[in-house]
Design a protein around this ligand. Structure first.
Ligand SMILES: Nc1nc2c(c(=O)[nH]1)N[C@H]1C(S)=C(S)[C@@H](COP(=O)(O)OP(=O)(O)OC[C@H]3O[C@@H](n4cnc5c(N)ncnc54)[C@H](O)[C@@H]3O)O[C@H]1N2
Ligand code: MOO
Length: 397
């Protein structure tokens, strides 16, 4: 049996680089950017008019002009139209490129138009107002988004703006999520009184979709030969196998022995934690990794968030800063295991993250996960935890 930190270190030592690939930018949300996204032009690319109104030459206003004959009207998307005389103006719309002969924009609210002449009604005009200057935000070829971040809606919009119709992103591993157990039936089936529907694999698959990782699902019955045949195939086709169930002490828990028979090297078996103690982790000679998670749904879910997702993030080159919460109630836990307490998250008036215990009925009670927000990782070597103490959190909502 290993401690939580040892299990984490063993898993992190097995992080992989799956390389990069090019994807259409519309498909890139949630993927990890693998190139520095650069602008192809200044941002904005021209002096952009920021208010509907008139464009004037400020020197004319400074020289005392208040009534400006309108020499033309310019919509956004039209080439800039210059004023005919220094004291003329152009009626101009937001998003238009400012004519070089003008330098200041006055909004409609601050003038009135009579007989083709705009008369300014305020003295509060300053040179260059209401113009979003060319290159103010970024210069041509500047980096707008650095490699190594998850592509967000804003980044995707930026890719469109700079004409990056394809993006280099980190490749994702090929993952299969396998459920085991003869008590499990498919979602569409009606379970017999002593059966249940399988749910773990869907829960795992859903959690991976956050990274656009679309894992395949497979179910293996409690049969040593079938388990061996299916796992042998999976080891050829997938880079990561996530199993749930079949790894404990039960007579039909074939997973550990079959994995070892298939030359998957055991890197650890059992972690000093609750839930999730019978967690088995190993690697095949071809590099494939096997995360054999305990079948109890809360155990599967906890191990996924505490071990697998951090491994995935590290493999994709993502930072995963530690997060903390303030325990918002007293808790006692007597077993010599590191306890992952389910909590609801909130915030107090000082901006602190509050972790309110929301324990549930153990690792089989996955109804509790629907309402809880995170696991609070309580350290080993202590059995009483007091309100106000600060511990690491593993959010999962
Ligand atoms: N004698 C011992 N028995 C058990 C121990 C132990 O140390 N000694 N550990 C317990 C702990 S802790 C856990 S966790 C479980 C883990 O057992 P397995 O990984 O072999 O999981 P199963 O027995 O296959 O299933 C456990 C439980 O979870 C349900 N399950 C499994 N897969 C799914 C799924 N895909 N969807 C929904 N529910 C699933 C299954 O029906 C069982 O109720 O072992 C304890 N026993
Ligand atoms: O690990 Mo088991 O998860 O305690 O139920």
């Amino acid at each position: 049996m290993v401690k939580v930190e040892e299990a984490e270190a063993i898993i992190q030592a097995e992080r992989r680089d799956f390389g990069t690939e090019s994807v259409a930018f519309e498909q890139a949300l949630g993927r990890v950017l693998a190139e520095n996204l650069k602008t192809d032009r200044d941002l904005p690319p021209f002096n952009r008019v920021a208010m509907d109104g008139i464009a004037i030459r400020f020197a004319a206003f400074e020289g005392g002009t208040r009534s400006f004959p309108i020499s033309a009207t310019q919509a956004a998307g039209e080439p800039p139209v210059d004023i005919k005389a220094a004291t003329d103006c152009i009626e101009i719309m937001t998003g238009a490129a400012l004519p070089p002969s003008t330098d200041t924009v006055i909004r409609y609210e601050d003038f009135r138009i009579e007989n083709g002449v705009a008369t300014v009604l305020t003295e509060d005009i300053s040179r260059g107002q209401n113009i979003h200057a060319q290159g103010k935000d970024k210069r041509r070829h500047d980096t707008v988004a650095a490699a190594g971040q998850v592509i967000s809606p804003a980044l995707l919009g930026m890719a469109a703006a700079v004409g990056a119709s394809a993006l280099q992103v980190k490749k994702l591993p090929k993952v299969v999520v396998i459920s085991t157990g003869d008590e499990l039936v498919d979602v569409e089936e009606t379970p017999l009184p002593y059966q249940i529907r399988r749910s773990n694999s869907y829960m795992v698959q859903a959690a991976l979709q956050k990274y656009q990782l679309h894992a395949h699902l497979l179910h293996i019955p409690d049969d040593a030969e079938a388990t061996k045949a299916e796992l042998a195939l999976c080891l050829q086709h997938y880079e990561v196998i996530i199993l749930s169930g079949g790894i404990s002490m039960g007579k039909f828990d074939y997973v550990p022995q079959v994995l070892e028979a298939l030359s998957v090297q055991k890197l650890f078996y059992k972690v000093q934690q609750r839930p999730g103690k019978p967690f088995w982790f190993g690697k095949h000679a071809n590099g494939a990794l096997v995360f054999a998670l305990p079948g109890n749904p809360v155990s599967t879910f906890m191990c996924l968030h505490r071990y697998f997702l951090p491994w995935l993030m590290a493999s994709l080159g993502l930072d995963n800063p530690e997060r903390y919460g303030v325990l918002n109630g007293d808790v006692s836990f007597q077993a010599p295991l590191q306890y992952f307490l389910q909590v609801k998250l909130g915030m107090n008036g000082q901006g602190q993250v509050l972790a309110t215990p929301f324990e549930g009925n153990g690792s089989g009670d996955f109804a509790n996960l629907v309402e809880a927000d995170a696991f609070l990782e309580l350290p080993l070597g202590k059995s009483n935890f007091t309100k106000g103490e600060v511990y690491r959190i593993w959010p999962f909502r």
